[in-house]
Every structure is written in C-alpha cells, then in structure tokens.
Design a protein around this ligand. Sequence first.
Ligand SMILES: [Zn+2]
Length: 109
Amino acid sequence: MLVLHCPYCGVDVDETDLHGGGEAHLTRHGPGSSDDEFHDYLFQRANPKGVHFERWRHVYGCGKYFHAARCTMTLEVFGTYSAQTLEPPQEIKDAIMAKRPDWTGGAKS
Ligand SMILES: [Zn+2]
C-alpha cells in the first residue's frame, strides 16, 4: 500500500485517505494562449518510467493538495512537499539524486 506523508498534517497517510490529482507542476494555459499550448495543457502528460512528481489530496484529513516525488517502477517515495511551489524543493531533488544518481530530469515546466 502506498503511504505518503502529508506535509500539512505531519502524519503518514494510507492511499485510501488520499486522492490522486495527476501530474504536478503543470503550467496552466488559459485565455490568450495558443491552441497548441492549451491542447498540451489539457491532454499531454508525462508518463515516465522512474521519478515522477504528482499531486495528491488528503481527502479524509486536512483536504489540502500536496506534491509527492516517487518512482513509478518501485513505488519508492522520495518525499512530499507543499503544492505551493513551482518546482520541487532542493531537499527533494537531493533525496532523488542520493538514490538515483543517473536522474537528470526535473519537474515539467
Ligand atoms: Zn493532511
């Protein structure tokens, strides 16, 4: 079972108390953007085999969204952090690099 640490409540939460919110760090495009930008915002998502940044909502707790960095192959969680960030914090990147030295990616911009 997937267990994530809610950065707001400070507790470890089973996935049954969470709801997935899709890919984290998406650039939102709205009025004034090109058709291609809006199309990509609506439909294009990364589907990496490895490190992935996701949005999760602590539905049966505080109700807030947060981000998680985890490996899609092993389900290993590298850390969770506030959703009020434009990119993963350095300590999350460091945790990933410590376990995946060949990791070169970052959040999708
Ligand atoms: Zn919470």
